[in-house]
Design a protein. Structure first.
Length: 697
C-alpha cells in the first residue's frame, strides 16, 4: 500500500470466472475508489485489464446496488421488496432454516458458483455453515466439470503448460476459445508468438473475434471436436509424425487408441464436422511437423453430450508428438490442480460427522426444485440459499427453473449486489460486498500465481461480505444448536485468508507486501512424464473410467439434439464479448456495446426464412421460445445460430433469454450441462405479431 497527499493505492485481485486472475490496483481518494487498473508489477497482468473489469468502479457504485436487507412483499418474481434491518432478516432466516432442519436438513440446499472465485468469499464460512447444518450438498458442475474430469482421467488433474511459454510456441491451436474476449492475457502471449513467426489456428463453430486474428479457422459443427481430434491422430499415425519414445515411456493404452484413431480418416471426420478433409490434413501436417506446438483448450468445446470425451481426445495429442518435452509445447485447459489451496481447512467437511447428505446437481436445478419428496430423491427442497450465482438466468431449461423458484412454499434467500432475475424470486435479498470491500485469496486456472485481495474501501451501505453473513447466520443458529457457537464460526475474513493457502509454499507476509506470489514449479511439467495419474503416465486408456462403466478410450459421441425437420438449426450460446455470464449486463458502457439480445445467423439460413439484419425473430423448440434481434454479421456458419449471452431474462423482449431453449441433459463425463447441444427453429416475427404480443421492436 502506498499513500500520497491525494490518493491511496490498494492491491487486490480480480474475482471473476476468468483464467487470467489479474492483480488489481485500486486508487482511493477520501475513501472513494476512483479507478481500478492492472498491476504492472504482476507479470501475467502486465498493467492491463479487460474492458469489463476496467469498469469495476461503475459496477461497485452503481445506483441500483442493493445496500440494505430486503424482504419480499409482492408475488414471487415481481421484484416487490421492502427494506428490513439485518437483525430482523437474520432472525427470521435462522428460525425458518431451523424449522426446516428439524424435519430434515437435506431439505435445505445451498446454490453457488463462481460469481467470485475467491476461496474465502466463495467457499469457506458458507461451507462450514451448511456442513454443520447437514444440508444437501451441491454438485458444482455448471461450467467446467466435464473438461476437468476428462483431464483428471488423462493427466491426473487440472494440469498443463504455463501460459507465459505460449509466447515461444511456433504453432498454437486455440480450440473452443474466444481468447480476445475471455482470456485476454493469454492472447497477449499468442500475439507475441505470432510476431515471432508462429502460426495461429482457431477451432470454433463461430467466426469469433479471435478467429479474425488467426491465420486459419476451422469452423466445425458444435459437438464434433472429438471426431476432429481422432482424425488428427489418424494423420499423425499414417505419416509417422509421432514421438515413439515418448509414447513408449510415458503413455498408457497406445495400441487401443491407435486402433480407434485409424477408424477416423479425414474424410469421415470432415463429414461429421462439416469441414473440408484437406483442412484436417493440413492441420495435422502443421501439428505433426512444427516444434514446439501448443494447444490452448477452453471450456466452450466441452458443453455438449460428448464434451468430456472430446477433451480427452484433444488432451492425448501432445503425448503423441512429444510436444510435452518443450516448455512451449503441450496443452493448457486448466492449471487449478497446481494451486496450494487448503480447501479442507476452509470448508471443514468433518463437521458433517457421520451424516451423508444427498448431492443435488446444480445443472439440473430446474428438475430438482420441481421434484416431490420420494424415497429416491429424499425430501422436497424447502429452502434455497443462493449466492455467487444467478441461476434463473444462467441455468439450463430456464422455464423449469423459473417454475421452481416461483414455488410459494420454497423459502429463498439470495446474497447479491443487484436485483437480478434470481433476486426477484427471493424471500430475502441480503446485500453483499463487492471485491473492493472485502478480504479474499485467489488462485487461478490460467496461471499458477496466488493473489491476495485487500479491501480498498469500507463496505457501501449495509453490505456485508459473504463470509460475514454466514458468520452472522451461525450466531443466530447458535440459539437453537450450540455447535454453531464453536470458535471456527467466528474466524474473521483475514483469518480465513491466512488459512486458505499452504504457508510453506505461499508466505502470507509476501502476499501482504506485493499482492501476489509466484510458485516455483517445473517449466515443462511433463517433459519426462511424471503425470499425476495412478500409472504416472498420460492415460489414453483410463481404468478408472472403465470401472465406472464408461468407455475407457476417448471417442466421438453425437450430440443429444441433432437437427430435425422441425428444429433444423444447432444453437450455441457463448458469452457476449462484454459480459461474463450474467455479470456486467447492467454496466451501462458494456451493455451499450452489446446493444441488445442478438441471434447471429448465416445469410443462407436468414434468407430462407426471410430474415433481414436487425429483424425481431422467434427462436423456439419444444422447451420454449426466445425473442431477440437477428444479426447477419458473418460470424455464424450455415446450420448454426449463435445466441450471445447471458442477458438477464428481464432484459429480453419477451422476458426470456437463450436458456429458455437449452436442456438439462448432461455430458458423458463430469455430470455437466450441454448448453451448446441444442436444436432450434427460427421465424421472423411479423409487425402485427410484435404489436399483438406487446413486444418493443
Amino acid at each position: 500500500m502506498t499513500t500520497t497527499a491525494a490518493a491511496t493505492t490498494v492491491l487486490g485481485a480480480c474475482p471473476h470466472d476468468c483464467p487470467d486472475t489479474c492483480s488489481l490496483v485500486t486508487t482511493v481518494v477520501d475513501g472513494v475508489a476512483t479507478k481500478v487498473s492492472g498491476n504492472p508489477l504482476h507479470a501475467h497482468t502486465g498493467g492491463v485489464l479487460c474492458a469489463k473489469v476496467s469498469k469495476y468502479t461503475e459496477r461497485s457504485y452503481h445506483e441500483d446496488r442493493v445496500l440494505q436487507p430486503m424482504k419480499r412483499v409482492g408475488p414471487k418474481g415481481s421484484g416487490q421488496f421492502e427494506p428490513v434491518s439485518w437483525d430482523e432478516a437474520l432472525a427470521d432466516i435462522s428460525a425458518r432454516l431451523h424449522g426446516i432442519a428439524q424435519a430434515d436438513p437435506q431439505a435445505i440446499l445451498p446454490y453457488s458458483y463462481a460469481g467470485t472465485m475467491g476461496l474465502v468469499q466463495g467457499e469457506s464460512m458458507d461451507r462450514r455453515f451448511f456442513h454443520q447444518l447437514g444440508a444437501s450438498l451441491l454438485d458444482r458442475t455448471i461450467c467446467a466439470s466435464a473438461g476437468s474430469e476428462a483431464l483428471l482421467h488423462t493427466y491426473g488433474g487440472k494440469l498443463g503448460m504455463h501460459v507465459q511459454f505460449f509466447a515461444e510456441s511456433q504453432l498454437i491451436l486455440i480450440w473452443g476459445s474466444n481468447s480476445i474476449g475471455s482470456n485476454l492475457h493469454f492472447w497477449r502471449y499468442a500475439m507475441e508468438a505470432k510476431r515471432n513467426g508462429a502460426k495461429l489456428v482457431c477451432i470454433d463453430p463461430r467466426k469469433s473475434e479471435t478467429a479474425d486474428k488467426c491465420h486459419e479457422h476451422l469452423q466445425l459443427l458444435p459437438g464434433t471436436d472429438a471426431a476432429l481430434a481422432l482424425a488428427l491422430m489418424h494423420e499423425l499415425i499414417s505419416n509417422d509424425w509421432l514421438d515413439h519414445d515418448y509414447i513408449a515411456q510415458h503413455t498408457l493404452g497406445w495400441d487401443d487408441l491407435k486402433a480407434r484413431a485409424l477408424q477416423w480418416p479425414p474424410e469421415r471426420a470432415a463429414q461429421v464436422c462439416g469441414i473440408d478433409a484437406e483442412q484436417i490434413r493440413s492441420l495435422a501436417r502443421d501439428y505433426g511437423t512444427t516444434t514446439p506446438a501448443a494447444i490452448r483448450l477452453n471450456y466452450g468445446m466441452q458443453r455438449t453430450r460428448g464434451g468430456g470425451n472430446a477433451v480427452r481426445a484433444v488432451a492425448c495429442l501432445p503425448a503423441l508428438t512429444g510436444a510435452w518435452r518443450h516448455r512451449a509445447g503441450g496443452l493448457l485447459l486448466s492449471s487449478s490442480s497446481s494451486a496450494p489451496a487448503r480447501r479442507g481447512a476452509l470448508q471443514m467437511p468433518a463437521l458433517l460427522g457421520a451424516r451423508q447428505p444427498r448431492t443435488v446437481n446444480m445443472s439440473t436445478i430446474g428438475d430438482a426444485l420441481l421434484k416431490p419428496a420420494s424415497a429416491e430423491f429424499g425430501p422436497q427442497i424447502a429452502a434455497l440459499i443462493c449466492y455467487n450465482s444467478n441461476p434463473v438466468a444462467v441455468a439450463p431449461d430456464s422455464a423449469k427453473v423459473v417454475k421452481g423458484f416461483a414455488r410459494e412454499d420454497l423459502f429463498t434467500v439470495v446474497l447479491e449486489h443487484f436485483m437480478t432475475d434470481t433476486a426477484d424470486y427471493a424471500d430475502y435479498v441480503l446485500p453483499a460486498t463487492s471485491q473492493l470491500e472485502h478480504w479474499d485469496i485467489h488462485t487461478s486456472y490460467g496461471h499458477t500465481d496466488v493473489l491476495l485481495n485487500r479491501p480498498a474501501i469500507a463496505p457501501l451501505g449495509q453490505a456485508r461480505s459473504n463470509a460475514q453473513i454466514f458468520r452472522d447466520l451461525a450466531a443466530q443458529m447458535a440459539r437453537y444448536d450450540s455447535a454453531f457457537a464453536a470458535p471456527h464460526f467466528a474466524d474473521s475474513d483475514e483469518a480465513l485468508c491466512r488459512q486458505a493457502v499452504d504457508p510453506t509454499r505461499i508466505p502470507f507476509e509476501q502476499l501482504l507486501d506485493q499482492g501476489f506470489v509466484a510458485q516455483n514449479l517445473p517449466e515443462a511439467p511433463f517433459a519426462n512424464g511424471g503425470f499425476a495419474t495412478p500409472s504416472g503416465k498420460c492415460e489414453f486408456h483410463s481404468a478408472a473410467l472403465e470401472a465406472m462403466g464408461i468407455n475407457p478410450l476417448p471417442d466421438y459421441l453425437p450430440n443429444h439434439e441433432l437437427p430435425t425437420a422441425s428444429h433444423p438449426l444447432a444453437m450455441i450460446s457463448p458469452p457476449a464479448r462484454n459480459f461474463l455470464n450474467s455479470t456486467f449486463v447492467n454496466v451501462r458502457k458494456l451493455r451499450s456495446a452489446e446493444e441488445r439480445p442478438m441471434l447471429e445467423m448465416h445469410p443462407s439460413d436468414a434468407q430462407s426464412r426471410q430474415v433481414a439484419d436487425g429483424d425481431l425473430v422467434r427462436v423456439f423448440n419444444s422447451r420454449g421460445e426466445h425473442v431477440c434481434h437477428a444479426s447477419i454479421n458473418g460470424r455464424a456458419r450455415p446450420g448454426v445460430v449463435v445466441g450471445l449471452g447471458i442477458w438477464w431474462r428481464k432484459d429480453g423482449p419477451n422476458g426470456t433469454n437463450v436458456n429458455e431453449l437449452t436442456h438439462q441433459q448432461l455430458t458423458d463425463i463430469g455430470r455437466a450441462p450441454s448448453f451448446y447441444d441444442c436444436a432450434v427453429q427460427v421465424e421472423r416475427m411479423a409487425p402485427a405479431e410484435i404489436a399483438n404480443e406487446g413486444i418493443a421492436a
